[in-house]
Each structure stands twice: as structure tokens, then as C-alpha cells.
Design a protein around this ligand. Sequence first.
Ligand SMILES: [Zn+2]
Length: 122
Amino acid sequence: MKEAELREVCKCILCGNKIMHDGLPLFWRVRVERYGLKADAIGRQQGLSVLIGHAQLAQVMGPDEDMAEKFFSIEVTICETCGSERSLSAAALAEVGDTEAPKPKPKSGVQKLPGVIEEDEE
Ligand SMILES: [Zn+2]
């Protein structure tokens, strides 16, 4: 990680302090991704499996389509103290990280979603 990137990610999303505030030269970068299963694709694959009578054969003969779709992905920084002492669910971590992460500017004509907070330019 180069200096510019380190400067962008140097703040812990849980305590708000900069990394190394506890004196330890370690920190965490955690990626939280949320997926939804595609019931229609799973149903098709399962149907093919039943029709052929063998799951692994159906896997090779099927369309090999995506069975899950990514809804959300965020990468957050956590200081060494919070990373070793705090306990947080993946959903809570994603929520905290989402409010800290800069949002992409909406394109013209795109409605702003409720709850999305725009950060001021510094
Ligand atoms: Zn922290």
C-alpha cells in the first residue's frame, strides 16, 4: 500500500482514531460483501439435476449461471485495538462502513435515495 492510499484509509471506522493511535503498527482492512441467492437459477439447476439424476453431471451440462448476486461491497479500516477487542456483526460493520465511505455523486436526472448523506468537498 502506497502512501496516498494509506492516507485515504488511515481512520478506524469504529473508534474514529487513526491507525497506530494505540502504538501498534498494525491495522485491519476488512471487506464486507452481501449476496442474495438467485432462486430462479438455483431452481433451474436443481431441476436439471433431478432430470439427469446426478448433481455433478448437471453441473457440467448446465449453463453455469450465477447462483448468487452481489448486493453490496465495502472495504473498511479497523485499528488493531478495535480489531482485537470489539465484536460486531457483519451487518453492523457494513452499516458503519457505509456511512463513513464517500458516496458516488448521483448522475443528473437520478433521484437521491432517502438516507444517503452527501459529504461536503474538503
Ligand atoms: Zn478503532
